[in-house]
Design a protein around this ligand. Structure first.
Ligand code: ADP
Ligand code: MG
Length: 606
């Protein structure tokens, strides 16, 4: 029997390594940006096409490479950053394994141009699928430019696994933000399909945060500073009143490397303790400096996890410094958290006083008038079960309200005479109470409205023409790059629910029309709410995009407790509710009504 073990050909080994390090365009971008930083660049330009699928180019003004080094850089385990085993414990550079360029070159078409200060001419190298295909001297600026084209061209399984351009672009932006935040003194720009996405001047950390997330962010930051023998902490947390309902901006950098660390995250969440309402997340941007000998960076292929020698002390120091910072800025625990967190999103145009959604009913408007195929449930006869009322309702459609209707919020009751005349009242500005048969029905106004809006939104997305309220003066909205990108991803579904919007240059939309319930001041906050929810809403993550949007918009627009409802509104809401498929449960699974029978009541008297 011959021996059967063989060394893998180098190209295969590199492709395997690439599988770990390069998962998507964003991971290639991260490696290239980190190389530029390690090369001492003060200016880094990123050019991306088709979310990095067809091109990722990083141009730096760093030290450049000699011709020999340039060739060597594509060999696996070739690095200028480690010399001996001990160096692993003194890592100050972003890279150290010498794997990235070899991996990238194994699965893409790569072109490198580089020149050192001391050299007159530079060198240009081309590599395709790990093979050198060209080399020539070139005149170029000092520094390095690497273009990575057609990522995964020879690994179809990986290429097919990539998500839509919008989704991949989200990762690209996130990686870019992490590197840019970690290095505020370096100038960064990013172009995507010839459009500028970021242009970040060198500055301090605070300026960089504002550069990345919008100028409005500045006033939301509480400085955190702590210097101990073990660790030095500098940075900011968001003020609690700006906490997000969904995961906000949470950034830890250890020695200028972005890391994920649930344990340290817990330290901060703990410091915020009672300052945050349930379900809200703190934002933070913290730079930790620690002796590299006291951490191990080499535990994960993408280097986003590290191990601290003494993680308990780091935890304790972090927690106490955040706590103290919050205390020092007299952030009092009596803040009113009932306020919608989304009114406090980071864009400057939101600094106006938020106006609560206005809901009025136009009694002469009938959104169902044009609908011919609706079969109205007949009034329930005595002795019939309440649930009879919902039978056959699944196929009842909602018509889109007409364009000129600006203020209607609820479908109007009509046809259902019993609803038109039923006595009902509002309890505690929260519930609608009505007698029915020998029972008392108590309906949660918010959950009921959410349900009605949800079905209407869904119907709009799936079947009906757009229910859009045309804006006489189109509104221009500038968003953060990430939000802009998210909204682009949701664009066709947003259009279906009534957001008629078009792109207008850098991170900007022009809004031509909005769903009938959204008033002018609410357009920005509503879109940001949707983007934020869409990005990180764990419980809806598995839902279809259209269902998700229908549901989020319904949650956003539904009448909130504390809002007085007039009798016609309540009737109209009831009518809408009873047309819904399964009117007993809200889209988020909450109970919509509760019934109290005469027997239940009798028991109270017994
Ligand atoms: N932009 C750049 N400027 C100068 N040198 C670079 C650049 N990118 C890569 N290199 C050189 O190529 C080597 C290999 O890069 P890489 O494969 O990313 O491994 P690592 O960063 O882990 O050393 C680096 O150690 C560095 O010497
Ligand atoms: Mg590297």
């Amino acid at each position: 029997m011959p021996d059967i073990i063989q060394l893998l050909p180098e190209i295969v080994a590199n492709q395997i390594a690439a599988g770990e390090v390069i998962q998507r365009p964003a991971s290639a971008l991260k490696e290239l940006m980190e190389n530029a930083i390690d090369a001492g660049a003060t200016n880094i330009k990123v050019i991306v096409r088709e979310a990095g699928k067809s091109l990722i180019q990083v141009i730096d003004n760093g030290c450049g490479m000699s011709e020999t080094d340039a060739r060597m850089s594509f060999e696996r385990y070739a690095t200028s950053k480690l010399r001996k085993a001990d160096d692993l414990y003194a890592i100050r550079t972003m890279g150290f394994r010498g794997e990235a360029l070899a991996s990238i070159a194994a699965i893409a078409h790569v072109e490198l141009r580089t020149r050192r200060d001391v050299d007159e001419t530079g060198i240009q190298l081309s590599i395709e699928g790990g093979e050198f295909t060209g080399s020539l001297p070139v005149a170029c600026n000092q520094g390095t430019s690497i273009s990575v084209k057609n990522l995964f061209f020879n690994v179809p399984a990986r290429r097919n696994f990539l998500k839509s351009n919008a989704a991949e672009m989200r990762h690209v932006i996130e990686e870019f933000q992490r590197v840019a935040l970690a290095h505020p003194s370096i100038e960064f720009t990013m172009l995507h399909n010839e459009t500028e996405v970021f242009s970040l001047r060198p500055g301090n950390f605070r300026q960089r945060i504002a550069g990345v997330f919008g100028l409005g962010y500045n006033e939301k930051l509480v400085p955190v500073e702590e210097d101990t023998t073990l660790i030095n902490i500098k940075g900011f947390t968001g003020k609690p009143e700006f906490a997000r309902k969904s995961r906000g901006e949470q950034y830890f950098f250890v020695n200028h490397r972005f890391i994920k660390d649930p344990y340290l995250h817990h330290a901060i969440a703990n410091a915020f303790e009672e300052l945050l309402p349930a379900g809200a997340f703190p934002s933070y941007f913290l730079m930790l400096e620690i002796d590299p000998a006291k951490i191990d960076v080499n535990i994960h292929p993408t280097k986003t996890e590290i191990k601290f020698e003494d993680d308990r002390s780091v935890y304790a120091i972090l927690r106490s410094s955040v706590k103290r910072a919050l205390g020092k800025f007299s952030v009092s625990p009596t803040l009113n958290f009932e306020q919608e967190s989304t009114f406090n999103l980071p864009l400057s145009h939101l600094s106006q006083v938020p106006v609560p959604p206005r809901i009025q009913v136009n009694p002469s408007f009938n959104p169902f008038r044009t609908e011919t195929e609706i079969r109205f449930p007949s009034p329930v006869k005595p002795g019939q079960d309440w649930s009879e009322l919902y039978k056959g309702l699944a196929d009842v459609k909602f018509a889109a309200p007409s364009k000129n209707q600006e203020t209607i919020s609820l479908p109007e009751a009509q046809g259902n005479d019993w609803i038109q005349t039923i006595p009902c009242f509002q309890l505690a500005m929260k519930y609608i109470v009505l007698p029915y048969e020998n029972k008392l029905l108590v309906i949660d106004q918010q959950a009921a409205h959410e349900k009605v809006l949800y079905e209407k939104n869904l119907a709009a997305i799936h079947k009906h023409p757009v229910a859009s309220q045309h804006l006489v003066f189109p509104k221009t909205l500038e968003m953060g790059p990430q939000q802009f990108n998210l909204l682009m991803e949701m664009k066709s579904e947003l259009k279906a629910v009534g957001f008629d919007m078009s792109e207008f240059g850098k991170n900007t939309f022009v809004i031509h029309g909005v769903p009938p319930l959204v008033n002018h001041e609410e357009i920005g906050p509503t879109l940001e709410f949707l983007a934020e929810k869409f990005e990180s809403n764990p419980e809806t993550i598995r839902l279809e995009k259209s269902e998700k949007i229908a549901r989020m918009l319904a949650a956003r627009m539904a009448v909130k407790p504390g809002r007085q409802m007039l009798v016609p509104e309540m009737r109209s809401l009831l009518d809408g509710l009873f047309r819904c498929n399964l009117p007993g449960k809200s889209p988020s699974g909450k109970q919509i009504f509760y019934q109290l029978s005469a027997d239940d009541i009798a028991q109270k008297f017994s």
